[in-house]
Design a protein around this ligand. Structure first.
Ligand SMILES: Cc1cc2nc3c(=O)[nH]c(=O)nc-3n(C[C@H](O)[C@H](O)[C@H](O)COP(=O)(O)O)c2cc1C
Length: 203
């Protein structure tokens, strides 16, 4: 009988190297906001970013090499802005390299407004905003760290809030979601279907 791995034509990946660029995988794309030491703001895109469970914790993967990491370690707070597909280019610009004096001039292209509960900024025009106080940093996943915050304030744009008199598929159609397809592609999601949960499923 044919081995199932051969039947499915599975390719063995070399796990002595990171495997994540060998296929596409789906992620969100958010902008993490922090304060720099001189009081100016920093914004950086992150795709390895998700709720940490069912309660109000939020985490993302960073590295101590980034200002985002040291700013959060020092100040104990960060913000999260969820951009819309129309804000893709601005979102990407936030990853521009720093120039002399450690500045990131591209940030000037992103309009911001102050957060309500933590010292930080949010990016105008996004559909979801979270303000977080640092809960913990877990270091040493190789060169990476997991930064986890407790959400102390959250706001959603009116056109992105789920409400009883609007079908979920219409909401997503009218206010599309931005997906990052690692490595290096993106999608605007404006079509969706109800998930076929099994009968009797419990969380
Ligand atoms: C699409 C995209 C996704 C990214 N995702 C992450 C991520 O999940 N974690 C991370 O540490 N860096 C990620 N980066 C890289 C950093 O955000 C980027 O290097 C940034 O400029 C670091 O800024 P900072 O030094 O101000 O923190 C991503 C960059 C792009 C363009």
């Amino acid at each position: 009988m044919q081995n199932p791995a051969e039947k499915q034509r599975l390719i063995e990946l070399d796990v002595s190297q990171p495997v994540w660029d060998r296929f596409f995988w789906l992620a969100p794309l958010v902008l993490i906001g922090t304060r720099e030491t001189d009081g100016s703001h920093d914004l950086a895109p992150k795709h390895m970013a998700i709720p940490m469970g069912w309660e109000n914790y939020y985490g993302f993967v960073c590295t101590p090499r980034h200002h985002t990491y040291s700013n959060i370690k020092r100040d104990g707070v960060f913000t999260v802005s969820y951009p819309r597909p129309s804000q893709l280019v601005l979102t990407s610009l936030a990853a521009s390299p720093r120039v002399s004096g450690d500045e990131k001039p591209a940030l000037g292209a992103l309009p911001v407004f102050p957060a309500s509960s933590v010292d930080g900024v949010l990016v105008e025009g996004c559909y979801l905003y979270l303000e977080c106080e640092l809960d913990r940093i877990i270091d040493d996943f190789g060169v990476n760290s997991l930064i986890v915050g407790r959400i102390v304030a959250a706001r959603v744009a009116q056109d992105a809030e789920r409400v009883d008199d609007l079908e979920d598929q219409d909401l997503i159609h009218d206010s599309p979601l931005l997906a990052y397809l690692h490595p290096g592609r993106f999608a605007a999601i404006d079509q969706s279907l109800s998930f076929p949960f099994p009968a009797g499923m419990k969380k």
